[in-house]
Design a protein around this ligand. Structure first.
Ligand SMILES: [Zn+2]
Ligand SMILES: [Zn+2]
Length: 196
């Protein structure tokens, strides 16, 4: 399974200002709720109860479902906000509820308790996520649409049996007149000529 790094940088770049736990506003959910939104919200509510008992923090994060791409979730401690990826949630609902929801909530709790200067997936976050009954993994292991296999271009020099697989970037540079030299024969690379 492909492991995709999850983004935690929002937290790392925060100012360390601790949010007043009572100043939250519930994010109004869209008129049409898919099943997964209900499941995620129920899980969040249950976890918030645990957080209050274990850490003495009242959490009512704002939730948005506008995350796209390879990140399953993104937490913003300063704004007390979690963004979720609906497509991944619908494809992997069990893993999403069991891991992604506590993962992101743990970021908010760690921010509330320890401020914004902690490492996103450091000791503080790990302590919180373990208390929430999930694994302290930085990454999720959903199968995300495999990254497009990069097209390569075959080039050769004067060395026998030597072939270079150049990226499109280099290939385009050569098209524009850029020259790449083989380190051994010191000849410029040219497009590979197929032997007949
Ligand atoms: Zn994270
Ligand atoms: Zn060469």
């Amino acid at each position: 399974m492909q492991r995709i790094a999850q983004r935690g940088r929002t937290l790392a770049s925060n100012t360390g200002r601790v949010i007043d736990a009572l100043s939250w506003v519930r994010f109004s959910s869209p008129a049409v709720d898919s099943g997964i939104e209900h499941r995620v919200q129920r899980k969040l509510d249950a976890l918030c109860t645990v957080v209050q008992e274990r850490f003495g923090v009242v959490m009512r994060p704002e939730v948005a479902w506008d995350l796209r791409g390879q990140a399953a979730g993104q937490a913003n401690g300063r704004r007390n906000r979690i963004r979720f990826n609906r497509e991944l949630a619908e494809r992997y609902p069990n893993e999403f509820v069991a891991q992604t929801v506590p993962h992101e909530l743990a970021h908010l709790v760690a921010f509330q308790k320890f401020g914004g200067s902690i490492r996103p997936h450091g000791r503080e976050w790990q302590a919180v996520i373990v208390a929430l009954g999930a694994k302290p993994r930085r990454t999720h292991c959903y199968e995300v649409t495999p990254t497009r296999k990069l097209k390569r271009f075959s080039y050769q020099c004067h060395c026998p049996d030597t072939e270079y697989q150049l990226t499109a970037i280099r290939h385009n540079r050569i098209q524009r007149g850029h020259v790449y030299i083989c380190k051994r024969c010191l000849q410029p690379l040219g497009p590979k000529v197929e032997a007949h």
